[in-house]
Design a protein around this ligand. Structure first.
Ligand SMILES: [Zn+2]
Length: 388
């Protein structure tokens, strides 16, 4: 009898232990995957409470890739599925994702779009018998003691630009915060600053709109104070994303930059205290001290624009602009200078001529290879200053 009691007690204790483990069932870690889906967004979050969140699913043609990536991670349920806004480079693959997984809640901003891609998403939601929860500032997604996830944009419902409807998600996990901005632009950033102020502070920032200069204003950076910035963009995309101005701006604040176009899928781990990346940052690509940036290279029109982002006049005497493919170099003449905020144009090809004070003629020959040709700018001491 006594022995029997002891056995029962032992069994009971074991049962309690088992229940405790399975109820908590937590890895206690947050893993974020910024998937390389080219000129598009798709971000997978393995939350510390073991739930799964997916923010966007790339273009239509990326659907399969996103589905396979999640499958390889052993995922069968997506607890929170977010389409930031109805543009195809964000919601394109959502229908594939909805068709292939168990889905919890689906969030989309309250705006309709007449595209086939958008219709496909709505049809997939219908097929699954799900409803859409509106994504807007103030809506909570997860609210636990150690983990809060919520929308901080869109603030309004009357924008005339689809990007401005972007659902912006903030994740607060113990000591660390993560901000996912979709394609939110300057007006949204201003609204978020006004509404949330210092609460926007985040350690990791998914840079808005693929690094376009429509987003990531200086005011926004100053209030977020990120340590790390991740840019999701396509290699050699036709939009010139990310903008060199934005790269320069991030560098100016000492922010470590990661880019899917240069590094593929970026994976971030955090235990709520530390943040670890699967790659080194790409910052060394541009040195910053000079504040001079190659803003654009038009390979067809044979026109390079450089801009002075600093607050001083810069003397460019002896600086060099290099066409990497042909290894040709242009040496800036003695006395060349550039005022703060000003642009200098370096032109080449048969039509090249000086029509303005800010134009320099390299040569009447063609320089730039139209199939792609990186540009590099060096200072007089041969330090690489900017690339494009
Ligand atoms: Zn986009």
């Amino acid at each position: 009898m006594k022995k029997n009691m002891r056995n029962k007690l032992l069994l009971f204790i074991l049962l309690l232990l088992f229940i405790a483990i399975s109820v908590s069932g937590r890895t206690g870690e947050l893993t974020i995957h910024f998937l390389d889906v080219g000129q598009a967004d798709s971000i997978l979050l393995e939350l510390p409470n073991n739930e799964i969140m997916l923010i966007d699913a790339g273009n239509n043609s990326d659907g399969r890739k996103v589905v396979n990536y999640l499958r390889e991670k052993g995922i069968d349920t997506i607890d929170y599925l977010i389409g930031t806004h109805p543009h195809a480079d964000h919601i394109g693959g959502l229908d594939d994702v909805i068709d292939n997984f168990e889905i919890g809640r689906i969030y989309l901003p309250q705006v309709i779009h007449t595209s086939k891609t958008f219709e496909d998403v709505l049809l997939a939601v219908q097929r699954k018998g799900k409803k859409i929860t509106p994504a807007r500032a103030g809506v909570n997604i997860v609210d636990e003691p150690d983990l809060q996830i919520y929308f901080i944009s869109p603030v309004r419902d009357d924008y005339n630009n689809l990007n401005h409807y972007s659902a912006v998600v903030k994740v607060d996990f113990l000591d660390k915060s993560f901000l996912f901005t979709g394609d939110a632009e300057k007006p949204n950033e201003e609204e978020m600053i006004e509404k949330y102020g210092a609460r926007l502070k985040s350690h990791v920032l998914k840079v808005g709109h693929h690094g376009s200069n429509t987003s990531t204003t200086e005011e926004f950076i100053k209030i977020i104070e990120p340590d790390y910035a991740v840019i999701s963009a396509g290699k050699d995309n036709r939009y010139g994303h990310p903008s060199p101005l934005i790269i320069e701006r991030l560098q100016k604040y000492g922010i470590k930059i990661y880019r899917t176009d240069l590094q593929g899928t970026i994976i971030v781990h955090s235990d709520g205290q530390q943040i670890l990346f699967n790659h080194d940052p790409v910052n060394q690509i541009i040195t910053v001290n000079h504040g001079i940036v190659i803003e654009s290279v038009d390979l067809v029109k044979e026109m390079v624009i450089i801009v002075n982002m600093s607050k001083e006049i810069k003397n460019l005497s002896g600086w060099k602009l290099v066409s990497v493919v042909g290894n040709q170099e242009f040496v800036f003449p003695q006395g060349t200078s550039i005022k703060p905020g000003e642009r200098l144009m370096i032109v080449s090809g048969p039509a090249a001529s000086i029509t303005d004070d800010n134009i320099l003629v390299w040569t009447k020959s063609y320089i730039w290879n139209n199939d792609g040709d990186p540009a590099e700018l060096y200072d007089a001491n041969h330090n690489l200053i900017s690339t494009y």
